[in-house]
Design a protein around this ligand. Structure first.
Ligand code: UDP
Length: 234
């Protein structure tokens, strides 16, 4: 296996499936199966999930809500998604722990880095909820930060597109996909991979990012095997 420890970032929207809002449990179950295949191959997996399928701070601010308050609501939304994923993984026999950056002791552990590492060593999947615990950040930044903290080998950003393109492929039919790209090119070309805070954290800590289509069954395992899938930023 190419990687020993992976941080998988899933957007909230990816959990919606074909729905317009909320969680499509079939989609969550499908992801859980894909994750199990990689887990069964002996790879340690930590997961960060976004909240955009339920609540986004920035959108709420646009309609008049105070930003920090809205962001905390967004962070709570991520925990709901994490709980759905936790259930789906446990239903198929995987032991998990959910750790939240905002304390919610009735439903999950608080985020404790060393404990998270112990869980990973002990054969549990760790799911990180509530982003970084701070407003004005994103779950992409949480994914980069947690990946660095737990010394993951790579951040895998599972999305609905199969990588990073020269332009938006839905608007520009001539857009082509990069197989590999540098952090500098992401800055120079203004490519929409992750927000700049997340990109900078990865760059400064030499942590590669792979953007790939999580909806294509087996893709996660292909990457874990070292196959070229999606786009790698390094
Ligand atoms: N959020 C935040 N701090 C964080 C992570 C998330 O304030 O560290 C809030 C923010 O309002 C964001 C929402 O949580 O809009 C959902 O996260 P995100 O937009 O990253 O989710 P995704 O786009 O991945 O579904």
């Amino acid at each position: 296996m190419k990687y020993k420890r992976i941080l998988l970032k899933l957007s909230g929207e990816s959990l919606m499936g074909e729905k317009q809002y909320g969680i499509d449990n079939n989609r969550v179950q499908q992801y859980a199966q894909d994750i199990k295949t990689v887990f069964d191959a002996g790879i340690e997996i930590a997961i960060v999930i976004g909240g955009g399928n339920i609540f986004r701070g920035l959108s709420a601010e646009k309609s008049g809500m105070e930003r920090a308050q809205a962001d905390y609501m967004g962070m709570l939304a991520t925990v709901i998604n994490c709980m759905a994923m936790q259930s789906a993984l446990e239903d198929i026999g995987i032991e998990t722990r959910l750790q939240s950056a905002i304390k919610m002791e009735q439903i999950c552990e608080p985020y404790i880095r060393r404990r998270a590492m112990t869980h990973l060593h002990s054969g549990r999947i760790v799911i990180f909820g509530a982003g970084t615990g701070n407003p004005y950040f994103t779950t992409d930044t949480a994914a980069s930060l947690r990946a660095i903290e737990i010394k993951a080998d790579v951040v895998l950003k599972g999305t609905r597109v199969d990588g990073i393109y020269t332009a938006d492929p839905e608007k520009d039919p001539t857009a082509t996909r990069y197989e590999e790209i540098t952090f500098q090119e992401v800055y120079d070309k203004g490519l929409n991979v992750m927000d700049m805070t997340a990109i900078t954290l990865c760059r400064e800590n030499k942590l590669p990012i792979i953007v790939f289509d999580m909806n294509k069954e087996g893709n996660f395992m292909r990457i874990a095997n070292g196959e070229t899938v999606g786009t790698i930023v390094k």
